[in-house]
Design a protein around this ligand. Sequence first.
Ligand code: 1HN
Length: 350
Amino acid sequence: MSAALSNDAASQLKALYAEMQPRSLYPLWEVLSALVTPKPRSPAQVHRWSYADARDYLLRAGDLISAAQAERRVLIMENPGLPGTSSATSSLYAGLQLILPGEIAPCHRHAQCALRFVMEGEGAFTAVDGEKAVMRPFDLVLTPGWQWHDHGNTSTQPMIWLDGLDIPTVLHFDASFAEHLPTAAHPETVPPGDTALRYGKNMRPLRGTAADRRQGRQPLFHYPYAEWRESLLNLARTGEPDPHFGHALEFINPADGGAVMPTISAHVRLLPGGFTSRPRASTDGTIFVVVEGRGSARVEGQDIPLEERDTLVIPSWREMVLQADTDLVLFGYSDRVAQEKLGLFRELRG
Ligand code: 1HN
């Protein structure tokens, strides 16, 4: 509301609101400016979780509850600006999951899309529709929506990874479905690494139309660190860093060349030691994991130190400058692909 009202009109309006309220009717003019803002005003906050702290709590939980009892033994990384929502950004969830040697996280499937980004440990697996991916630090493993998945740790060390899911997005659409397999583990349908052997060389099955391929199973679900790191280093060797991103590569779904899942985009970037990025803001709030090196993120006048395995969340439309003290490698995921489909994505490059 802009122009002033007479006292009389104001008090009559108040009475009108009180009468309407029991009928679930409200005046738009009282709230319009908060609903349709000239630019994004996310209640989410910039926040960093130190890995060492979270790891300690997670291992303590590991002494008290088993993976089978918990179904998933996970500490939620909830944004302090979004209390009670289990959300890291307005649309995405982040958590840290622990599987101890000998444990199994039982098989289930749900509408939500998930990614795993390994923080530590080696040799545990995620099985997707009965195919195991044996996980190593900083591997990316996908569990696209409605695919059966279970985890098991046949190694001798604890295994910890970050879970990234589109839980708040699915909740927003009231479209959550989930079910359990009666057995803890899915029968092994194909040998480990089968899809990578078939589809991991830049080729896809020649069948159907582009629309059919998008409907089908995401053919690749394991993006090993050794492979993405080599690509990133080769990119950095031969070209100049982008002033906003540094050297950056997006993970893609080889079936259609698009983002890895319908609601989640994922990328990695390398900022050479001494590099300072140009400031950039975008509408896709992003969750970052520090993979290698040291540096800092400057957001809203605040300098956030970045150390290996820290998780950092940058909400929508916060201008960020990244600074690399040493070569700095970051993994990041966001809802960019969903926003692009909806015609909402924007960025500002300073
Ligand atoms: C889930 O299925 C996993 O499969 C982890 O490891 C975290 C958080 C909410 C809902 C489903 C998993 C999850 C989850």
